[in-house]
Design a protein around this ligand. Sequence first.
Ligand code: KIV
Ligand code: ZN
Length: 499
Amino acid sequence: MSDRLYIFDTTLRDGEQVPGCQLNTIEKIQVARQLESLGVDVIEAGFPVSSPGDFSSVVEISKAVTWPVICALTRAVEKDIDCAAEALQYAKRKRIHTGIGTSDSHIRYKFHSNQEEILERAVAAVKYARRYVDDVEFYAEDAGRTDNEYLARVIDAVTKAGATVCNIPDTTGFRLPNEYQEKIAYLYEHVDAFAAGKSILSTHCHNDLGMATANTVAGVLGGARQVEVTVNGIGERAGNTSLEEVTMIFKTHPDLNIETNINTTKIYATSRMVSSLMNMPVQSNKAIVGRNAFAHSSGIHQDGVLKNASTYEIMDPKEVGIDDNAIVLTARSGRAALKHRLHVNGVDIDGEKLDAVYEAFLRLADKKKEVTDDDVLVLAGAHRADTHNVKLEYLQVTTGMGVRSVASIGLLVANEHFEAAATGNGPVDAAIKALKCIIRREMIIKEFTIQAISKGSDDMGKVHMQVEYDNHLYYGFGANTDIVTASVEAYIDCINKFR
Ligand code: KIV
Ligand code: ZN
């Protein structure tokens, strides 16, 4: 008999904390619905006291989602807990996730406190949260670097105060897998509530040293029965444990007797949707969902796979929802086919919005033979530019080898038309210089990445850009079959975010 492992998804909380990955409430609802159809057990929907936007996202996700538990984060502070309880009022199943730092460094430098006082605050927060909800999760921030004996005292006390789940974050991604496994096993052995089935242990691993997934699996082997993960492993710094990796590790290793509720065939679409909405590219060699994850390029491997896929494939790409025969849209596809593809990818639109996306789809299908799921997701996200103050009207660039590139550009700024021209050492340089003749601000490009969406020379290019202005960093995104236009769109996206 397998043990059930609960999947706690924090894409919309820890994942969304990444600069440039912020979503609006409508987008968060889209992701939450997709997570529900994927089969996650818990959705951490936000940190309600942190901003009115986070508060309303937790409210709206609570209304939109039926089956998963909706969880809201707090510090061990009464006003945070009050706020979380209010934000969760519409959730059918709800959880408050409260906690405090327990490592020496957090106790000394963050709280200027001592171990006994922190233990009391932890217990008080859990008791206070239990006044609102039956399901309270406690996190011991920086548990990875917290002394095991003290950690066990805190965890024992909070379980006695009513914590139904105890989260042991390796906040800095420092622990080695065997050390993390020992920590979880130590807590399992020294805190009665776990063996008694009154509480469960949860892993929450960060990827600073590339060990998040290994640590999470080690934690499960040590006795944890909930894992905290994000889609594509997004999250602060090097990110969190990735949902798809953990899920597929237990699926491909049935001997471990751990099962999840994840419908793995929805993994790929979920990954694409999160990447597209959050403007966060997935590295090509990312396990499970990277473009090359199932691409065999060497002759020996190709030969083996053609003879029998099991020679070099440990899982069937179809198991994670990668289907080479998936329907592609063409210029002859109708509105209904487009609407259906969007729906399969978790985007439900109708009426004027569908008309606008369909128009954009036809324009793209004219340039590209086949329009993929990734393309339609980008098109569906393009309406975000509708409310922009600065819009690109036209762009013309002449470029070639041995000549300087020349660009002329037309912009609408607050509905007023401006034009400029400039030369540069390449087409993007010329276009950005022309744009800067109109928008005269001290802006510096800090990061600039171009990625093809799927394959082929007619593909759309996605551009992610980071621009520094007035000591702040702004993140922008653009997508177009013309990468110079996509670059300018990404630059303009940054400008539209200037405060
Ligand atoms: O990494 C961490 O410690 C966290 C907690 C707030 C749960 O995200
Ligand atoms: Zn975290």
